[in-house]
Design a protein around this ligand. Sequence first.
Ligand SMILES: *[C@@H]1O[C@H](CO)[C@@H](O)[C@H](O)[C@H]1NC(C)=O
Length: 475
Amino acid sequence: MYSNFFIHRCKNFLHKMMIKLITLSSIVAVAAIGSGLITYKLHSVPKKPELNLQKWWGIGEKPKEEDTSIKIFNIDFNDTMIHDLKQRLKNHRPFTKSLEGIQSEYGINTKYLDKIITYWLDKYDFKKRAELLNRYSHYKTRIQGLDIHFIRETPKARGLKVLPLLLLHGWPSSSKEFDKIIPMLTSKRNKYNFVFEVIAADLPGFGFSEGTNKPGLNPVQIGIIMRNLMKRLGFDKFYLQAGDWGSQCATHMVTMFPDEILGFHTNMPFSSRPVSAVKMLLGSLAPDVAVDSRYVDRIYPLKKLFSYLLKESGYFHIQATKPDTIGVALSDSPAGLAAYIVEKMGVVSNRDQLNTPHGGIENLHLDDVLDTITIVWTNNCIVTSSRIYAEAFAWPEVNIIHNIPTPVPTAAINFKYEVLYQPDWILRDKFPNLVSSNTLDLGGHFAALQTPQVLVDDIFSATAKFLDFNAKKNR
Ligand SMILES: *[C@@H]1O[C@H](CO)[C@@H](O)[C@H](O)[C@H]1NC(C)=O
């Protein structure tokens, strides 16, 4: 009786265990299949979307005959513009005083802004600055209905390989950002048997390039325009260097036209693939494993990064949603425009200087900053340039192209105060042929203005690696 009972108990126990085991293993199996599926889904690469490479962005319908001429262009800060600008600067209402004991924590320090406005009015030499910008050869040509402005500088050195290099800037910049590095790139340097022919273009809606009046001109479409510009100039294959939004456009170009771009150097490298976002999140569980310990604090703790981004990216959210509204105020008041741009350019040049009156802007030369602002003011392009934020998030083609890796050899340089940082193993999700990567303890977002020599050194050494890579590939 007892033994029978015991056997029964045992059977019962075994039965229960079996059920538990089956349940457990089903859970494990489901989890494994699930995470397998997620990993598979994250790593799967979408099909390249079909894109119209000749989309018309000009006013009205595309005409039968297009003007494909390349016209010489001269930068002119004319007297009418200067007079009107100075009137507005003189007549600005008194700025609201910054709070007691506060430097730049609430936004621009208005006492400091007063100094900048006074300099712009009395010291900034409009004519001389325009002359300086005109030391390079400027042109305009019409691409897909928009007048695109660019600088083209051919090297004078003989007996060297000449490599075409397209430079792309971001917001609120223009090709002006490159005026220090252009002569360094076109000059011969020791140990290198090549030199660059530089094309520095203004993105459509930026600088002296025309903006569109049609919705949809996102970074993918801008990339197409820039590639067509290079074709117009006779460059079927070329190298790319870019930062900020220029780097986004360039990232799309190396994805869309991998056979036309021989190498991509970026000072704002970023993989926007979903798998990279998951890796960044997972990395927060073991930051020391995810990132070289020297650079952990550039991403982790994520809480600190997000709080920095939240605090400093209000402008981003506004421009990504309602650029036209803020644009009315900014295009009507040069003092307001200066405040807005100085604050932004300052914090990304040194985010540790938020508690100073200048908020970081003194890492750049004031004349360079005022060139940038004067160009935006003269061309009244704060609205057309700010719309890139809205367009970048409004069109599915952008996300699809983001999720396709590129075979183009890529070089990353990470300056200390750059807004975003990803370690190489994450960058490789998008750029599997990352042939060079340097992380520096100096510099910021506007590298060509702040640390031009360091940037150019890296462009040369990276390009030597691109040449090696392509030679091996073609062997
Ligand atoms: C002066 O420059 C402004 C701004 O670029 C422009 O709108 C205007 O047509 C120019 N005026 C003359 C007389 O060139």
